[in-house]
Design a protein around this ligand. Sequence first.
Ligand SMILES: Cc1cc2nc3c(=O)[nH]c(=O)nc-3n(C[C@H](O)[C@H](O)[C@H](O)COP(=O)(O)OP(=O)(O)OC[C@H]3O[C@@H](n4cnc5c(N)ncnc54)[C@H](O)[C@@H]3O)c2cc1C
Length: 495
Amino acid sequence: MPRSSPPPTSPAETPCATAPVIVWFRDDLRLADNPALSHAVASGRPVLCLFVHDPGHAFARALGGAAQWWLDGALRALRADLVRVGAVLHVARGDAATLVPQLVAQAGAAEIVWNRRYDPVGRETDTAIKAAVKEAGVAAHSFAAGVLHEPWTVRTRTGDAFRVYTAWWRAARAMGEPLPPLPAPAQVPAAPPPAAWAEQCVGIDALGLCPVAPDWAGGLRAAWQPGEARARERLHGFVHDGLAGYGDARDRPDLPATSRLSPDLRFGHVSPRQVWHEAVAAVRGGDGAGEQDLGKFLSELGWRDFAVSLLYAQPELVSGNFRTEFDAMPWRDDADDLRAWQQGRTGYPIVDAGMRQLWHTGWMHNRVRMIVASFLTKHLLMDWRVGEAWFRDTLVDADIASNVINWQWVAGCGVDAAPYFRVFNPVLQAQKFDPDGAYVRKWVPELAPLPTSCIHTPWTCDPAIRRRVAYPSPIVDLQGGRARALAAWKGLSGA
Ligand SMILES: Cc1cc2nc3c(=O)[nH]c(=O)nc-3n(C[C@H](O)[C@H](O)[C@H](O)COP(=O)(O)OP(=O)(O)OC[C@H]3O[C@@H](n4cnc5c(N)ncnc54)[C@H](O)[C@@H]3O)c2cc1C
């Protein structure tokens, strides 16, 4: 459905022009390029801005701890941004499927609008709410805002979903540029809050999203500031100062070479259309980056859409292997190895650096995500779902589609996946992508005194130096782990 439809409701055409329109915010916590909000403002009706924290949403896929921390800051930033344009953010808590129709009725709303989400449970919830609200005689409209191309719009000639990224990307590019982003409304005419909402709208504090005892979020606070303003700054800074060289440097965790926009995109502080158009404008405006850097960056942004479209086509991929022969994989269940991986104590510096960066900042560089995921699923032969769950709990950008699709991709059981037999060697990867060991030194400081020649292989260091460093020996032999993984894979029927 094009963003421009349905046409704004004209108050003059309706019997009760003061009946409010409700904007239901979800993964789109911004004012600019927010079609639902723009539609509400254009309707001329008073607006009620609503966020519903639904801890049970997606049950097994509920927000992890780091994402909850982010959401707290994101809601506070959105509330302040809305106040600046004259509106109020009402924050409720409960089962959205029952609560939203109730709030609509209590407000005597003429219409409710939202931007679409595409995950299986989100879609189901939205469909049910739309039906319930419409049955009560209230209009409900949804808009495209969270992806460059909605999942059903990029299809093969026979109308099927693409399973190969390069083909999907070619087809997506052939559709032309995504729509230009909408400006933020200068004013949002706030409707007075309905009296009956007081009970349900508990406010942000009551959601208890931030950890208190213990407060483990110090590293997150030091690394990030959630909200639209900071996201726009990050985007602006990246396209003007960081995009040049992205194509070559994006795999280097020791350099600040990527945008770090993933949590902003996850919570919708910026839209992918804004990212796209700002990057294109910077390059075409002669800001230093070339078409190659731009093309690479846009195609990474494309992966985000591709993951959404795969999960849309096959919701069962949330927990099921795309390649079903992997159902018989003899995954290991070893609590000690898992804990060592989670805590960054595997004895492989690049793996440990990545896992500690994740724990401290809620984010990990993409190349290192691939290395640690490969290490878990291959060298340690552990189920990708165990790793996916840990990422879900610890990433500030944890996103159901990107997380599941990437984990399956690395584990070799996914769509268009790297073949299982292609096992990342964490030492070779580290030597190639962290050549001076700067990334390892930052996140595994006990290794900082080691010479670069053995920073990625501390067990090869001069024993006199090694003895001074308190760092674990490798928990698995690389060759042995690789051989065990390949034997398990060969044992699968059809592999
Ligand atoms: C095992 C594994 C799990 C992952 N889980 C998540 C997740 O839960 N949430 C998440 O947003 N990303 C996930 N990714 C993808 C990727 O690692 C991050 O999006 C990226 O590291 C974010 O850094 P950036 O914003 O600096 O990326 P940039 O290189 O600046 O890329 C720009 C944007 O493109 C998108 N993007 C880039 N690479 C990918 C990719 N491989 N898949 C999907 N989108 C991509 C992101 O939205 C990113 O912000 C995962 C990757 C792996 C290997």
